[in-house]
Design a binder for this molecule. Structure first.
Ligand code: AP5
Ligand code: MG
Length: 213
């Protein structure tokens, strides 16, 4: 099963993608995580990507499309994947469709809907694990021990691009460049709408009900 996660920054794509990856036994591929990993490793790609990410802008398609298509060609993706944060522009969506071919199109575009004001509140409270990538919220989804990752015990941090001004810029970019993908996948009959304002468990239940076991 090939799934892409759509939704504004902070809608819960990463949170749900991790749960779905465990549930269906599929790899979770997040372009944001790939860029952040490269930055941590000090690669050229990481350094280039950071300048765009910190400004709340999209990393150019030249640095993004081939990276993802190469990843999807790997052995572990042959029975499917959960793609989180890609595609994010119409050009990326068309390139993905071309690469997959007419009979290999993605099965579901899961569109998690959350209004902008709720997004801003979520981002302010988000804390992430720099070691294993787990994501928490200081009020909604707190770790068992404050500031410490439940999964691996590392100290949690706030993402550089979660400052309020950057979040507002990311939301504008989302509405301009990524929202049109909802209609694109509707046209292909693959899009499903999910109410992302419910609890993490309720959102997960809505998605799996539509995707099936
Ligand atoms: P990326 O890392 O993909 O960021 P994003 O899309 O902005 O989304 P987030 O990761 O911020 O949010 P999310 O939807 O995953 O929400 P989460 O589950 O964490 O991209 C970062 C940057 O990389 C981009 O800005 C861009 O520069 C670049 N980039 C990446 N892909 C690219 C591409 N294809 N092309 C070009 N550039 C690209 O949840 C958010 C918070 O809410 C957490 O605190 C969580 O605990 C909490 N939460 C989750 N679910 C719930 C719930 N149901 N109720 C209450 N709280 C909840
Ligand atoms: Mg994410």
């Amino acid at each position: 099963m090939k799934i892409i996660m759509l939704g504004a920054p902070g809608a819960g794509k990463g949170t749900q993608a991790k749960l779905l990856a465990d549930h269906y036994g599929l790899p979770h591929i997040s372009t944001g995580d790939i860029f952040r990993y490269n930055l941590k490793m000090g690669t050229e790609l990481g350094k280039k990507a950071k300048t765009y990410m910190d400004a709340g802008a999209l990393v150019p398609d030249e640095l993004t499309v081939d990276l993802v298509l190469d990843r999807l060609a790997k052995e572990d993706c042959q029975s499917g994947y959960i793609l989180d944060g890609f595609p994010r522009t119409m050009n990326q969506a068309r390139k993905l469709s071309e690469a997959l071919g007419k009979d290999g199109e993605i099965d579901f575009a899961v569109n998690i809907e959350v209004p902008d004001d709720a997004i801003i509140e979520r981002m302010a409270g988000r804390r992430v694990c720099p070691s294993c990538g787990a994501s928490y919220h200081i009020v909604n989804i707190p770790p068992k021990k404050e500031g410490i990752c439940d999964r691996c015990g590392a100290a949690l941090i706030q993402r550089d691009d979660d400052r309020e001004e950057t979040v507002k810029k990311r939301l504008t970019v989302y509405h301009d460049q990524t929202q049109p993908l909802i209609d694109y996948y509707k046209g292909l009959g693959r899009e499903i709408d999910i109410d992302g304002t419910r609890t993490m468990e309720q959102v997960f239940a809505q998605i799996t009900e539509k995707l099936g076991d």
